[in-house]
Design a protein around this ligand. Structure first.
Ligand code: PLP
Length: 382
């Protein structure tokens, strides 16, 4: 008998971690590796939480989260994205990470299939497998999710489609027309749609279109969002699920046993962000937008070709012209020029031949990183 759970034993460690363990001791590196805002949480949010602590707010909250935050979240989703949720359709979670886990564990039975577009964020596959599900990966040459790609992956065992847009690692989003077609597939095949829209606010081309805003699929959408990225609150560990009451009645059972509730301090911080933080969020977005434009132009100019990312704070250029694998490119760039990027293959199918760079980094450092990458790419041509 094994001492450990077999599924856990079979899980590979995160590819991003594995790569950064190699580089942890390197000094003076410019890191474009970690996907985290370079802003600290705005001052008024921190101050509000100091005050809530001063008032002695240190208890558990309801399993569902504090009522005002659920009300404010429902209003925010409606105002920003036309997604009509009631406060009873909101569950406050420990980051979107817990939301993904709850969504998968609540709907999957052994052997159920989840269609997942790759390359994608690293937690979906392991959490699906831990929940007993099977990932059916799909990819396209454009690295953009299409309804056709999903159509081809459908089987009688398909239980859910997992969407994540704008995407980590590509920064691409899903076009509105495709989203509508995907909704149609889900309806006709009676599927769940898990939609991680954590980068919704960081959309630079047009408006973000949430699949939960389509009324006749809303009941099958499990919308995940949170405060880590757009509100610069990664360390607070706060997110939410917006979904139908019958789904949440099941999901909250896992949440109440495994997490009990999200931290009360973080909930008050998030409430302040939603009430008074949207202006600062727009300022941070402008700053990412400028850096996105710069990286898009600069990388193409040095021969690392890439389409303009439409959202998030990542750029995912092709490194095929260099003749290196993604891992070779990342290791050599780090060793020779001290710039850290993430090899694209850690994000799954279709990621090989690319590297991910996070541009939520000081502008001057980005310029220096591009200069160094240029030097490295030129050195390969000699
Ligand atoms: N979803 C995506 C697409 C992400 O990129 C990340 C973090 O990088 C997360 C979820 C995790 O979010 P949270 O900090 O809310 O757990």
């Amino acid at each position: 008998m094994s001492r450990f759970n077999r599924r856990v034993e079979h899980l590979p460690p995160s590819g991003i971690r594995r790569f950064f363990d190699l580089v942890i001791d390197a000094k003076d590196i410019i890191s474009l590796g970690v996907g985290e805002p370079d802003f600290v949480t705005p001052w008024h949010v921190r101050e509000k939480v100091f005050y809530s602590l001063e008032q002695g707010r240190t208890s558990y909250t309801s399993n569902w989260g504090i009522l005002e935050l659920r009300q404010e979240t429902a209003a925010y989703l409606n105002n920003r994205f036309g997604a009509r949720f009631d406060k009873d359709e909101i569950l406050i979670t420990v980051g979107v990470s817990e939301g993904v886990d709850l969504a998968l564990r609540t709907i999957l039975n052994e052997g159920d299939e989840v269609i997942l577009f790759e390359p994608t964020y690293v937690c979906y596959r392991p959490l699906t497998e831990l929940a007993g599900g099977v990932v059916v990966p799909v990819s396209t040459p454009s690295l953009k999710m299409t309804a056709d790609a999903i159509q081809q992956a459908l089987t009688p065992k398909t239980k859910a489609i997992l969407l994540s847009y704008p995407s980590n690692p590509t920064g691409y989003t899903i076009d509105k027309a495709e989203i509508k077609k995907i909704a149609q597939i889900a309806r006709s095949r009676d599927l769940w749609i898990i939609s991680d829209e954590i980068y919704a606010e960081l959309t630079y081309e047009g408006e973000h279109f949430s699949i939960s805003a389509i009324p006749d699929v809303k009941d099958r959408v499990i919308l995940l969002n949170g405060f880590s990225k757009a509100f610069a609150m990664t360390g607070w560990r706060l997110g939410y699920i917006a979904a139908s009451r019958d789904f949440l009645q099941q999901a909250v059972k896992i949440h109440q046993y495994a997490a009990l509730c999200a931290p009360i301090m973080a909930q008050y911080g998030a409430l302040e962000s939603l009430r008074y933080g949207l202006g600062e969020m727009q300022e941070m977005k402008k700053s990412y937008w400028r850096r996105r434009n710069y990286m898009h132009e600069a990388l193409n100019a040095i021969g690392l070709s890439v389409n303009k990312p439409e959202g998030a704070f990542y750029v995912f250029p092709s490194i095929e012209a260099t003749g290196k694998t993604a891992e070779q490119f990342a290791i050599e760039l780090l060793q020779q020029e001290k710039v850290a990027v993430v090899p694209g293959d850690v994000f799954g199918r279709g990621g090989e031949g690319h590297v991910r760079m996070c541009y939520a980094t000081d502008f001057n450092l980005l310029k220096e990183a591009v200069k160094r990458m240029d030097r490295y790419v030129r050195s390969l041509k000699k």
